[in-house]
Every structure is written in structure tokens, then in C-alpha cells.
Design a protein around this ligand. Sequence first.
Ligand code: ZN
Length: 185
Amino acid sequence: MYKILSDSPRCFCMQAPTHILVGSILQQLFKGERLKPLRYFLLAIFAFLLHGIFDKMAKLTYHPPNANFADTFWVLYHLVVLLTTVVFIYVWGSEYAWGIIFSLLPDLDWLFIHGQKIAGVTVDFYNKPYLHNFLHFVIDNTFDAINQLPDFRFYEWSCLFEVALLFILIILLRSLEKRRRNIHF
Ligand SMILES: [Zn+2]
């Protein structure tokens, strides 16, 4: 029995730094593909799907569904996330621009939806997170086990999972870069 496409916006999203690193790793991985169109096609497909998989893992990390500007921890945490995003784009943005763009692409959903609320305008054709709903649909029907992950979104300490994940991804990216340099020289 297929699971249906969800209508409700489910804001289970990994933070941007995680997606930036995943996109960079993918671009580094596909650098060896000599056929340029295939390289970008693979990059786009994998970045899109992995965005969905990593968003599903966001249940393990600190991610209350609603913004709470009265909560000092919430504000500080999101300031650090914003700062980290800027630093990561500065460090990896030029080398892995396409990987990063493809990895962040589904989050255009939230830009449209929240942007409309902030601007006080309503665009009828974009009132649902279509890209995320599609990703949920694909993953729920192929890799449903990931939905069994425990829900730690409301625990502040669970942000450490995402911090640990960032370190692992940085180590992975650095080792891939090193390996490629050793192959070429
Ligand atoms: Zn997302």
C-alpha cells in the first residue's frame, strides 16, 4: 500500500550547514565523472534525494517546529547556525557551488511559504512545501524504516547530534579532497 502525498507542511529539516557539506561531498565524489552532463545530473538527483534523507534524520536533532524568540537557547542556537552557514558558504561556496545549490534547493519551499507570511502576501500556487512533500512521498515508500528514528527535536542537548554530524562530514570531505590530490599528483 503506497503512502499518500502529505498535504501538511512538516518542517523536519536539517540545518543549512549540514546540507552544504552533503552537497560539497557529492560534488567532490562526482568530480571523477568525465561526462559533464551526467556529472551534473547525478549531482542533482543525489543531492535532492539526500536532502530528504537528512531531513528525516532531523528528528534526532534539536529542532522545535515553531520559532520561539523568547527562548534564549533557541535564539543563540539559530544565530550560531546562521553564522556557520555564512562561514561554510565562504569556505566551500566557490568550489562546490552546484552541489550546494542542488542540496539546498528543496528548502526553497520554506523560503516561499515563510516569505509569503513575512511579506503579508499570499501566492495561491505555492502554499505547500511541494518539494519536501514529494521527497517524503519517495522516501516513505522506499525507506520507511527511517521514520522509526526517535524524536529528540524538543531536547536542547540533541543539537549535539547535528554538531557531531557536521564534524564527521567535514572529516569525510577533507579526506576525499586529500585522496583526489594524491591521485592527481
Ligand atoms: Zn529541507
